[in-house]
Design a protein around this ligand. Structure first.
Ligand code: ACO
Length: 429
């Protein structure tokens, strides 16, 4: 199977020879591009479970083996030794930076973290209790209106600048949205702080007293950002690429990515996990929650369980699980929700329903507990994910802009509507 070069496919009385792409790692991909022309047939792949939509050199996942690598580096090594900003550089540029390259990157990101003052006026237009993801989506999209003179994306420098702006400003925008929601005055990002601490400062500093930044909190958040930075062609990244395929500007593309991330089947799961744990309330109710999740009529799923790609374990969940205990210990937090989470994990992992379907805790099962311990409110959880994933989204956008084979994404459909019929005047219907 591994040195397969082509396959023959017979359809509609025709046989067509289709080339096979051999990736550096992973399964071979049959290129069906000439199928419609040669056989008159399209292919149907509900939810893209069997279809690669692009070639990419950024992230590799082996779902059966629980492997995740950014640019070839195992996530476990990056989680232990790197920082989010270095990972962002790696994703964008393909290799780890030298000292000088990193210093310049950090300087550029720091310099661009401040927002045009009009953003603070723009955010005032949102209702006082607007969901931060709704605000983030609008605010990121609005960046296109602030930088409309720099829209020549054929110019690699303008592409790089847009990427830097997004990585730098999304955390500042996120904090602004949060502060609007709770009625706090805007805080400007401090250039003397590193990326994650700067974000924590813009989130939590109040004019009345200086903020004591916790190194444990900064380290934990940095780790969560590394783990969430990219995940190859997931729903939001594919959305960014689909929008990017039309030539839309990167701010519009990333705003579309934020929209896709918001759904509870994707990034919204971290918020849903915490709500679910709170609803379960105590370890005594865990078994009934598991039973409810197995009942298809209940419409209830265990949030934070299952993954489209990982059918063994999610390596990010393994790292986060360990981090969760460490953070709660170091911050001296005794959270009963963690007991509920542990019991739920234990009950599900030995239940046949979950075992047979290979449903394991995913990255979001634990991230919410850490966010809660760091004082991040539930409605900001998916925003945290978006801050980290911006690095991945924009790296995919950059890769796509350099791809000579890039063409507008335009799936086909299986039409299920009425056959041709004649218009009937309204008084005859
Ligand atoms: N709880 C209970 N049953 C589940 C769950 C779950 N969390 N997830 C999947 N199943 C069941 C399905 O009902 C289905 O059962 P069946 O074969 O008897 O019909 C089977 O497992 C396969 O499920 P699918 O929905 O077909 O799997 P898919 O790959 O399409 O979905 C997904 C993956 C969306 C993540 C799903 O597992 C889910 O909804 N999980 C809960 C939400 C969640 O945690 N999302 C975060 C994903 S990670 C991320 O985006 C960062």
């Amino acid at each position: 199977m591994s040195d397969l070069k082509e396959v023959s496919l017979s359809a509609a009385d025709k046989t067509v020879v289709l080339p096979v792409h051999q990736p550096v790692l992973g399964q071979p991909c049959i290129d069906i591009g000439k199928l419609p022309k040669e056989t008159g047939c399209f292919t149907f792949d509900n939810g893209f479970t069997a279809t690669a939509s692009c070639k990419s050199a950024i992230t590799y996942i082996d779902g059966d083996e629980g492997v995740l690598m950014y640019r070839g580096y195992p996530i476990e090594q990056l989680a232990e030794k790197s920082s989010f900003l270095e990972v962002a550089y790696l994703l964008m540029n393909g290799d780890l930076p030298s000292k000088d390259e990193f210093a310049k990157f950090e300087h550029d990101v720091t310099k661009h973290s401040m927002l045009n003052e009009r953003f603070t006026q723009f955010v005032q237009g949102f209702r006082y209790d607007a969901h931060p993801m709704a605000m983030l989506m609008g605010m990121v999209g609005s960046m296109a209106s602030f930088y409309h003179n720099d829209h020549d994306y054929a110019d690699p420098e303008q592409r790089r600048l847009a990427a830097i702006r997004l990585i730098a400003k999304v955390p500042t925008i996120a904090a602004l949205c949060y502060r609007h929601r709770i009625g706090w005055p805007n805080v400007y990002p401090k250039n003397n702080l590193e990326y994650v601490s700067r974000f924590l400062h813009t989130m939590f500093e109040v004019p009345s007293e200086p903020l004591q930044l916790s190194p444990v909190a900064a380290k934990a958040l940095d780790l969560l950002f590394i783990l969430h930075a990219d995940h190859e062609q997931n729903a939001s990244t594919s959305t960014v690429r689909l929008v990017g395929s039309t030539g839309a500007n990167p701010y519009a593309c990333v705003s579309a990515g934020v929209a896709a991330l918001w759904g509870p089947a994707h990034g919204g799961a971290n918020e849903a996990v915490l709500k679910m744990l709170e609803e379960i309330g105590s370890t005594a109710n865990v078994q009934s929650a598991v039973d409810k999740a197995k009942d298809k009529n209940s419409g209830f799923r265990l949030m934070g369980f299952g993954h489209r790609v990982y059918k063994n374990f999610d390596p990010r969940a393994t790292i986060i699980r360990e981090m969760t205990y460490k953070v709660l210990n170091e911050l001296g937090i005794n959270d009963p929700l963690l007991d509920v989470a542990m019991k739920l994990e234990e009950a599900a992992l030995k239940d046949d329903y979950f075992v047979q379907r290979k449903l394991y805790p995913n990255v979001d099962f634990y991230s919410g507990i850490i966010y809660k311990a760091l004082g991040i409110p539930t409605e900001m959880f998916t925003v945290m994910f978006a801050i980290a994933r911006t690095a991945g989204w924009i790296s995919h956008w950059l890769e796509q802009q350099n791809d000579p084979d890039n063409k507008i994404g335009r799936p086909r459909q299986v039409y299920t509507g009425s056959a041709s019929r004649d218009y009937v005047a309204i008084d005859k219907r």
